[in-house]
Design a binder for this molecule. Structure first.
Ligand code: ZN
Ligand code: ZN
Ligand code: ZN
Length: 197
């Protein structure tokens, strides 16, 4: 099978994690564009054969960032992360699909956290923060999935809960995030399973 490289970022318009893959051959030959489903954001990938110029919509600060990278780093090896100069955090991943996917799960949670920095937003800010951190750990272990078999999900932060929503079947898991007990309950779970439809 031909080698693929994946690109991932968070859409600043709709907040979704966007991922796309192209073959190394196609990337070496021509420009590529990875659009969000919502049609309002796209990542541009251009190359002159030696270097790549990547223009990525940033889900952390809402602007677009441009980076130049050696072709080798984009096309081979462990992959790269591009940092948002404003938030000093990685906002885009390039590399092998499995790694990009795992990193994107964490990034989606981080982006939600950024957005929810409004201190009035939650019933209990400390608990919400801890619950989101815990979710990030579980996601980093690959511990979040849906009973339909999908591992792709979206995250929605509410006033007193976090909803995980399966991208494939729309199944939903609500994680309460308002009290100490909510946090305790989450902390003893190694994995979370969304109930698929
Ligand atoms: Zn979008
Ligand atoms: Zn940014
Ligand atoms: Zn599902």
């Amino acid at each position: 099978m031909e080698e693929m490289r994946s690109f991932g970022y968070i859409c600043p318009q709709c907040g979704k994690a966007v991922m796309g893959s192209r073959t190394v051959f196609a990337l070496s030959a021509a420009a590529a564009r990875i659009e969000c489903e919502c049609g309002k954001a796209e990542m541009d990938i251009e190359t002159d054969g030696q270097r790549f110029r990547l223009t990525v919509p940033c889900g952390l600060c809402g602007k677009a960032h441009t980076a130049e990278c050696a072709a080798d780093a984009v096309l081979r090896g462990r992959g790269i992360g591009l940092a948002c100069p404003e938030k000093q955090q990685i906002c885009c991943y390039v590399g092998r699909e499995s790694e990009v996917r795992r990193n994107m799960e964490e990034l989606a949670i981080r982006a939600e956290k950024e957005k929810s920095d409004n201190p009035e937003a939650f019933t209990d800010n400390v608990i919400m923060y801890e619950v989101l951190s815990e979710l990030k750990d579980i996601a980093a272990r690959g511990g979040i999935s849906c009973s339909c078999g999908s591992r792709e999900y979206g995250i929605r932060v509410r006033r007193d809960a976090v909803d995980l929503e399966c991208r494939r079947c729309g199944g939903r898991l609500r994680i309460p995030a308002a009290t100490d007990e909510d946090l305790d309950r989450l902390c003893c779970q190694m994995t979370l399973t969304i109930k698929g439809r």
